[in-house]
Design a protein around this ligand. Structure first.
Ligand code: P53
Length: 483
């Protein structure tokens, strides 16, 4: 059976803050990513995004800190991008999804002119992609609000940040219009609610969690991002008719734990709030009716103007993308929880999980694709999917990662099923073509790549790249197009 249509977009995804390193060169300012230390005592099954107080984050800027900050070094993509992009191409990829670091382009957010050194870096990266005949999908913000915007403006809860962001977007869209077709304004826009520090650029310690203040301001920040995204779509249409602008969500498909209607209803509510709400606003262009009840019950009052609502209505996204790693279960009563990383969900006895407790569910991908297609009928792109595993190079300088081949092929099979169901899936970028620093845990040893990178959790190693068994498999898979 043919899996890939000739024009199917097929590639890998990364983010600036997890690969580039060179965190303080050529004018770049820090982000919270580079102020979050590696903690070797983490409990992988329990690990959620770690959070520090504002003082702790700022102390990390002092040079005498003994902690190690892996995202300051990444995998040195800043210097090795040519080698990596060539390897991606040789793996049969025809698209590379990557992010631009705002703090390289407008280090303080509010300067009049962009930082040329930052613009030059991405131009070189894009030229390399073009040379290798690869399309580019750019994530405009991937967990990395510049620290100066956090300190001076309070991040996304301040509507002024919309203007700073739009200025940044206008510059990169004009600068790179001949390179980039696909744009995603925000990585996992729902992260604003699950990890507001990263999504919104706020310090959680500034807000009261007990009184609901944090929740209230998180939804306000999210609303401001909905507005910003609509403005990006409006702007993008003026800059180039080739642009295709979509949304991106951390998918959180859940199932009711059983057929008890009480639990089924609980799951419906969970799906509305953790999944449909975001798409409903971004695709249908309206706050859904059930969200009114949710806001009322949670005492959330938002500052939303008529003008903003009209803007959102008039500028829906053209396509949907999401990251897909796992699924969970939901019940009214307390059930055994697993680490779904962003929010607590229940265990599913039919699924196996990874060392981090992420429950592997290939059929869930087909379910998810069908559900999204049924509800919205706009094209879908899977912008992240993959498995993190602790791995070591063997004596042959490779990794026999049969588990990754199994994980990916089972998911590909379900994409194929969904295509046969008539779902319009137009592309897929795996997470990740090359090992990167983990977003949630800052571990280098949580490896997702087809390509092994010789750095450990303390950035010790040569940084050399080695091809895993899955790399060769992936490459051949693309060529034959057979399942
Ligand atoms: P790491 C949690 C759950 C689902 C997706 O995550 C998530 C997260 C946050 O970690 O985010 C995406 O590295 C994110 C990537 C990230 C990837 O998942 O924690 O867009 O930046 O690396 C995998 O294992």
């Amino acid at each position: 059976m043919k899996f890939i249509k000739e024009d199917f977009l097929w590639g890998g995804a990364t983010s600036a803050g997890q690969i580039e390193g060179s965190w303080d060169v050529n004018g770049k300012t820090p982000t919270l990513l580079e102020l979050t230390p590696y903690n070797e005592k983490i409990n992988r099954k329990e690990m959620l995004f770690s959070s520090k107080t504002k003082d702790q984050y700022l102390k990390a800027l002092q040079s005498n800190t003994k902690n190690h900050y892996p995202k300051r070094y990444g995998i040195d993509f800043y210097n090795r991008y040519k080698e990596d992009i060539t390897l991606f191409k040789k793996a049969g990829m025809n698209i590379y999804r990557m992010s631009i670091s705002w703090s390289r382009i407008f280090p303080n957010g509010d300067e009049k002119e962009p930082n040329r050194a930052g613009l030059e870096f991405y131009r070189k990266v894009f030229e390399e992609c073009l040379k290798n005949k690869m399309q580019i999908m750019v994530t405009i913000q991937h967990f990395d609000v510049p620290l100066p915007i956090m300190l001076k403006y309070g991040g996304w809860i301040n509507k002024e940040t919309i203007n700073l962001y739009l200025k940044y977007v206008e510059v990169i869209m004009n600068e790179y219009k001949e390179f980039v077709t696909y744009w995603l304004p925000f990585n996992e826009i729902d992260i604003a609610i699950w990890a507001p520090e990263l999504g919104l650029g706020i310090f959680k310690s500034d807000f009261n969690q007990e009184t609901g203040e944090l929740k209230q301001i998180s939804y306000q920040g999210l609303h401001n991002q909905f507005v910003a995204q609509a403005k990006v779509i409006e702007l993008g249409k003026k800059i180039s008719s080739n642009f295709k602008i979509g949304c991106m969500l951390a998918n959180s498909t859940t199932y009711s734990i059983d057929c008890n209607p009480v639990n089924v209803m609980e799951n419906i509510k969970m799906q509305q709030i953790s999944r449909w709400f975001y798409y409903d606003v971004m695709v249908r262009g309206e706050y859904p009716t059930y969200s009114k009840r949710f806001f009322k019950e949670n005492n959330i009052k938002l500052d939303i103007t008529e003008e903003e609502l009209l803007l959102i209505k008039n500028n829906p996204v053209e396509y949907i993308t999401f990251s897909y790693y796992m699924t969970g279960t939901v019940a009214k009563e307390e059930i055994k929880k697993v680490n779904a990383n962003l929010h607590d969900v229940g265990k599913n006895p039919f699924l196996e999980d990874t060392e981090w407790g992420w429950q592997i569910d290939p059929i869930g991908l087909r379910i998810t694709l069908n559900e999204i297609w049924d509800r919205y009928q706009i094209p879908i792109f899977i912008s992240e999917n993959g498995i993190g595993v602790v791995e070591k190079l063997d004596n042959n300088f490779t990794v026999e990662d049969d588990y990754r081949i199994k994980y990916l092929s089972e998911h590909f099979e379900q994409i194929n099923e969904a295509l046969s169901d008539g779902v319009e899936v137009f592309g897929y970028t795996m997470w990740t073509p090359v090992d990167v620093v983990s977003a949630s845990t800052c571990e280098m040893s949580k490896r997702y790549g087809l390509i092994y990178v010789d750095y450990d959790d303390y950035h010790k190693g040569t940084g050399n790249r080695y091809l895993k068994k899955s790399y060769h498999w992936f490459k051949n898979f693309r060529i034959t197009g057979e399942l």
